[in-house]
Design a protein around this ligand. Sequence first.
Ligand code: NIG
Ligand code: FE
Length: 414
Amino acid sequence: MSETTLLIHDLEAAVSPAGRGPLRGGALGDLEVHSPASIAVSGGRIAAVGPPGEVLRDHPPGPGCETLDGRGKVALPGLVDCHTHAAFLGDRADEFELRCRGAGYEEIHAAGGGILSTVRATRAGSEEELLTATRRHLNWLLRHGTTTAEVKSGYGLDKETELEMLRVIRAAGEAHPVDVYPTFLGAHAVPAEFSSAAEYVEFVVTEVLPEAARLAEAADVFVERGAFGVPEARRYLEACAGYGLALRLHADQFSERGAVALAVELGARSADHLENTGEEGVRILGRSATAAVLLPACALFLGLPDPPARALVEEGAVVALATDFNPGSSFCSSLPVVMNLACTRLGLSPAEALCACTANAAHVLGLDGEVGRLAPGYRADVLVLDAPDWRYLAYHLGGDHLAAVVKSGSLLPA
Ligand code: NIG
Ligand code: FE
């Protein structure tokens, strides 16, 4: 038996998605609840979760074992944010104000602002500045309980800056408690230097992808009017798959253009956004292995329709939630806020929302069995809430109940 290095003892409850792998349909929201509970950690992994007497008997704290008093508190798995654009320089506060006065996101994008203004700011800064900014953004995510995050490139859109972004995303994760998974969003927008989306995609695939593929784990494309159509997305994604990258798509954010069907056809890990997905898209996601990643903070931020969460669950889709944290369409770094929106606007229960940004988000990142649950063998990423009920995480909009965060078995400084 391996040595217990941390014992979180006498919690009111330890709450985790049940089972293993993704939870779909009626199983979304299935929880395993131990009450009261203790959690034994050994060298970065969870050794046991269960009744305090049993855990203490089977995993006694040896000399040097840290202990955390869980009385009056509840434990949950560290949250997994499976869709962020957390590496960028500058901000879009001016654009936010313009939108508050009635300007549209797509209108600003078409006029060369929006994503392209963050591209200009990111290209203009140094690698060091981007690293500092990215770490700062990861701190914001961590403060709200995110212990694992995907971070996309996509604000370089030239060879030098896209590769710089991917190096920075990797480096930021290595020196930070949040574990980071980099995604190559080489097809985020068409930069001004290119006259068409097709021409730009050829450049990305031939000039950038061979090196980007060594730094990224997944690839993503923004399928939308004013960005990339299905033919360009197919060319980009097939080339990326050829380099072994997992596939993701920004799909149906403003208009339905066939991105969901393409995602399913190519066996993509996920189709994300889906604010404008109709019945057919819901039906095909319900029957596929491609997850539906919903981003309700983005829908709120831009005044978009809410994605059809309930229908997706009922059709059997794997539904995950994420922040979409970025400076333009979702300047929101809090998964608990996203959980609240999922409950109040998308019709998910708190338990469904919890599963969607833990076990199911882990699945989207290829991390089944690794993060997203409080269960033996999983990475010891644990949130301890100072709250009488775990549902405070979703229920208290803008609340702050994190009493402690354990990352890979280490208790982080408060
Ligand atoms: O997921 N829609 C495309 N990409 C991002 C927005 C990025 C930005 O506005 O900077 C999104 O909403
Ligand atoms: Fe996004």
